[in-house]
Write a protein that binds this ligand. Structure first.
Ligand SMILES: Cc1cc2nc3c(=O)[nH]c(=O)nc-3n(C[C@H](O)[C@H](O)[C@H](O)COP(=O)(O)OP(=O)(O)OC[C@H]3O[C@@H](n4cnc5c(N)ncnc54)[C@H](O)[C@@H]3O)c2cc1C
Length: 666
């Protein structure tokens, strides 16, 4: 399939306007005859549901949690980007566009990124109008801070709870539509398959997670906003429930899966503390505005710290290596995530790690506390030479900015980050890959759309901080509601779609058969046993640094593990009840296929770019070495029965407004 025929190249404000005109052809009254299923009510799905219902469509929305408020989006901490230039630091639509394409290591689609930058400012206006309490300056203007990979302050935030506040905004908008009867909400329902009738997505099969009942639901279009697949690694900063099932099921029904190997490893997470863990915790990137990252400059100091003979605070400035500031003087601690993560790993691999396992670096706020405290002493007319007073005042400012994050750290690690540096290490955080979508956000299945983290669209090989919320809300509030009408317009006289069609019955049977197979399997190991094993293969061989040999081994090991899983997994309980082991089994079954495709994609991409770091392809300084001649394309995989049989389609990446260069943050 020639994927690029569906894609306008270059920034295309003119074409974007055309879409808006086109949708006006759809009489609002006709929208009342059209049903849309939305799978997922996180920030992407929730905002889309509210907007489409407001436009007049009948929306059926599904989420597996007990409320849309509990979508993983609620965990987003640091902020959301928008090119508003409130700080007067020269920000613009072009600059946000440029930073995002460069941040993604020139592996994103230019036209999409430009559209994202164009609508970014609207998102902030929309959310403020909803009452989202974004942080404000003393004078009343919305405040901004910086995130990695940019030299401007364009990140809007609500302390360390930005996702929560934005989600409450979208949820409130949804609730209004639920109240009006325009959204029918299906909480605790999990989509387990897509139904295709005459080549078009016309419904889903869902399991009621409370009763176990399998239900058929029809619509004129299906939108998947089911989030990312970072939990294929078992340990990640994603919510425990985040999974790939909805995205993977549509892949198996014909939606191409793009760039599965593009994963983001976030540099500032609380390090792994042992085998018992099932979850990792993020310390927001916003902390890199004020925190300085370092390790001891001398190996003997690092060893003494690991053995508990020295503390971080025993080391003088001269005995510290602020390695990001040293290597990247222009961006310093605010280099993009892939760059910061690799630099931390490099130091730890060289023996400079500071926790017992040697896999941690420091994130230190002492300088910020002193700086803020001194300024505050001046503002209040107090003695700026009184060190204790300055520290107290500075800590108060830091608390007002990041208080909830510091509290989280304290509760998990039992150390006070106001007085001793945090210990952090990279962890799996976000997946740039996902279902391939065209410019209208439609997958390769007509009538099946994908939005938010579940699609591959805008971030290339590395997402910049605070850009996921921007993309999810752009998709939900401003893109899909305008592009979906283009597809739906011919269906306005079609009327409701019966769920008794043979295609629905066949899909339902497939789902029931898989569930029966799990329930009747007399295996010996829990689902988590297999998930952990998968996670270990993924982290060791498909993680932060990859090579051909490790990837080849991973592909074989995952395939073997999948076989063992089907033979030996034990799922207690029955199908007709609330059964979380059963839920996990269906999700891990999908991760076991996705993991293999992930490794296959990483193996085929003989270059390094963004979060995809192949050890064979690096510059002398250890930076990612792209091969634009051979790999400037989106890798979109078509399902053919087994991951090993998946067929590669290429969408060429054509850059008309940005010159491809080696990324530099020096
Ligand atoms: C700890 C953390 C902090 C972050 N902080 C930031 C930040 O500060 N700024 C930023 O821009 N990004 C941040 N991100 C990334 C960002 O939070 C996510 O990319 C974004 O929230 C994803 O939104 P979404 O709507 O696509 O998916 P989600 O919020 O994951 O929602 C998925 C929805 O799909 C539903 N669902 C999934 N599968 C099914 C199924 N089979 N059937 C029915 N329903 C289903 C779920 O119930 C849920 O409603 C952070 C990520 C993490 C992990």
């Amino acid at each position: 399939m020639a994927l690029d025929s569906k894609i306008p190249h270059g920034p295309i404000s003119d074409k974007w306007t055309d879409y808006k005109d086109h949708i006006n052809l759809v009489n609002p009254a006709n929208k009342r005859n059209l049903d849309i299923i939305i799978v997922g009510t996180g920030l992407a799905g929730g905002s889309a549901a509210a907007t489409l219902a407001e436009q007049g469509y009948n929306v059926k929305a599904f989420c597996f949690q007990d409320s849309p408020r509990r979508a993983h989006s609620i965990a987003a901490q640091g902020g959301i980007n928008a090119a508003k230039n409130y700080k007067g630091d020269g920000d613009s639509v072009y600059r946000l566009f440029y930073d995002t394409v460069k941040g993604g290591d020139y592996r994103a689609r230019e036209a999409n990124v430009h559209r994202l930058a164009e609508v970014s400012a609207n998102i902030i206006d929309q959310c403020v109008a909803q009452g989202v309490p974004l942080a404000r300056e003393y004078g009343g203007l919305l405040d901004n801070r910086s995130f990695g990979g940019t030299l401007v302050s364009r990140t809007f935030y609500a302390q360390g709870q930005t996702g929560q506040q934005l989600l409450l905004g979208a949820y409130s908008a949804m609730n209004r539509q639920i109240g009006r009867g325009k959204i029918k909400m299906y909480n605790r329902h999990e989509m387990l398959d897509l139904v295709i009738v005459n080549g078009k997505a016309r419904g889903i099969i869902a399991r009621n997670l409370v009763t176990g009942e399998i239900e058929r639901h029809s619509a004129h279009a299906v939108v998947v906003g089911s989030g990312g697949y970072g939990n294929v690694f078992f340990l990640s900063t994603n919510a425990m429930g985040s999974n790939a099932t909805a995205a993977w099921k549509i892949h198996k029904k014909g939606a191409f899966f793009a760039n599965p190997c593009y994963t983001q490893i976030h540099p500032t997470c609380i390090p792994v503390s042992g085998d018992h863990q099932s979850k990792l915790t993020l310390m927001s990137e916003s902390l890199r505005n004020d925190g300085r990252i370092w390790v001891p400059a001398k190996l003997e100091d690092a060893q003494a710290i690991r053995e508990g003979k020295k503390k971080a605070t025993d080391l003088s400035e001269a005995e510290r290596d602020y390695f990001l500031e040293r290597r990247y003087p222009a961006f310093g601690n605010l280099v993009p995530r892939d760059v910061a993560s690799r630099a931390a790993k490099e130091r730890c691999d060289a023996g400079f790690g500071v926790n017992k396992t040697g896999e941690a670096v420091y994130l230190d706020f002492a300088a910020a506390i002193k700086r803020y405290g001194t300024e505050e002493a001046f503002v209040k007319g107090l003695d700026a030479n009184d060190a204790a007073l300055v520290t107290k005042l500075g800590a108060e400012i830091v608390k007002s900015k990041y208080g909830n994050l510091f509290q989280m750290y304290y509760k998990i690690v039992d150390e006070d980050p106001y007085t001793t540096p945090m210990m952090i290490y990279p962890a799996v955080h976000y997946t740039m890959g996902g279902t391939w979508v065209d410019y209208n956000l439609m997958t390769t299945i007509p009538g099946c759309f994908s939005i938010g983290e579940s699609n591959f669209s805008d971030h290339g090989a590395n997402r910049l901080g605070a850009s996921a919320l921007m993309q999810g809300l752009a998709d939900g509030y401003f893109v899909l509601p305008y592009t979906i009408g283009d597809y739906l317009a011919p269906d306005i006289k079609m009327g409701p779609i019966s769920t008794d069609l043979p295609e629905f019955l066949a899909a339902e049977k497939e789902v029931k058969d898989q569930i029966d197979r799990f329930i009747n399997n007399k295996g010996t190991h829990s689902v988590d046993y297999f998930h952990k094993k998968l996670g270990k293969i993924m982290w060791d061989k498909v993680g932060m640094a990859r090579n051909a040999q490790g990837l080849t081994e991973a592909i074989e090991e995952i395939a073997a593990l999948r076989e063992e899983f089907y033979k030996d997994v034990k799922v207690p309980g029955s199908a007709n009840e609330f059964n979380q082991e059963l839920e996990k089994a269906t999700r891990v079954a999908d991760f076991l296929e996705l993991g293999e495709l992930f490794a296959k994609d990483a193996l085929h991409r003989n270059e390094s770019c963004g979060g995809h770091f192949r050890e064979e392809y690096q510059t002398e300084e250890g930076e990612a070495l792209r091969d634009d001649e051979n790999f400037a394309y989106v890798a979109a995989w078509e399902y053919k029965g087994k991951p090993s049989d998946a067929v590669l389609h290429k969408e060429p990446l054509v850059y008309e407004n940005i010159k491809l260069v080696q990324r530099s943050y020096k």
